[in-house]
Write a protein that binds this ligand. Sequence first.
Ligand code: SAM
Length: 375
Amino acid sequence: MSISERCARWIVGIVEVNKCSPRMAHRLAETAEILKEFSVLFFAMRRVAPLQTGSARIGIQNPQGRVFSPQTCLHPLCQKFPPSVRYRRLFLSELIKRQEAAGCDPLDELYDALAEVVGAEESSESFRSYRLPCGAFVSLLENAALISVGTTGLVTWEAALYLAEWALDHPQLFAGRTVLELGSGVGMSGISICRSCSPRRFVFSDCHPAVLQKLRQNVRLNGLGSDSRPAVRVDQLDWTTATGEELRAIGADAVVAADVVFDPDLTGSLVQLLSKLLQRPSTEAQPLVLICSTIRNPQTYGGFKLQLGKPLCPARGAMKLTVTSRRVFVHRKGGPRPRGDERTGASRLSLRQSDSHRAAEGLQVTNKGFLHKHV
Ligand SMILES: C[S@@+](CC[C@H](N)C(=O)[O-])C[C@H]1O[C@@H](n2cnc3c(N)ncnc32)[C@H](O)[C@@H]1O
């Protein structure tokens, strides 16, 4: 009997029981939630430690423990876009160890999968897949190291997840628009926006050749291209050299960027670029410009805002963008504050990473200055 047949049998069994047991219905719903959480953590290569709590919560010693594997290491997505060899090895060893310790017979398929990764060679790149709220995954080829070949652009940074999550909550700001992303890196925010916010056109951009190569690969892997909907392009665009003409030709109605404020030597050119993007005749609408940042060094970030204030004449405007360590909010100035449950709601892209409690901030940049709020 195949794993899926065995699982199906188990789930049917539970559903049968569930018909006459509210307690079981509650347990089934809890199990489904834990499995989803596991699947999200596994495919985004997050720490395997929650396996302990998760397995304790749904009881790894009984057949339920077996449902972890079809949602993770035995899921077809794991074949198509596998997480790193090292991660799979750790995950499988832990899963098998826990099942054995609980006196339960691990599935043969788990031993087979472990044997496969024990002998496999480690690579400097592997896939991370991020589950969108609609249930689909964005799968990205990323490097293992945060900095490699002289760039930070070969991994997804936390601000990209925040930006994606915020955009997914505000699709109306992107629907039908031409969106330009600056410093796209491996493409997480942009691909999520393309998949969930219905822009008309999306232009990814970066300056580094290795990043552009990986970005193009990821865009293709996620079914996007010049003929897709939205129509997508990947441009080489360097903040230090991009001209006003080049930017006007893109014709962006919205500009987004995640984690682009990290180097004090670059902030000047980034601010100049933003000014060029916002310089439009008074008859034309200003593009919406949203920058999402992780604040690692308050001096670097403060310097960015200081420079942003100078050429763009700081002024108070109509919208505030708020980023917390878990979620991003926008609300009209003087309008209703985000609801309490929105503030504390669980992150939909599972943003719990090592630096998730670091301060983060979102800015809306206008030609009159920027609007922001620290949290
Ligand atoms: C920290 S990474 C962020 C990548 C992605 N936005 C994310 O959050 O995952 C910074 C990105 O900015 C790009 N970058 C740095 N300097 C740049 C410049 N002068 N022009 C264009 N892109 C630049 C890097 O190549 C890199 O992809």
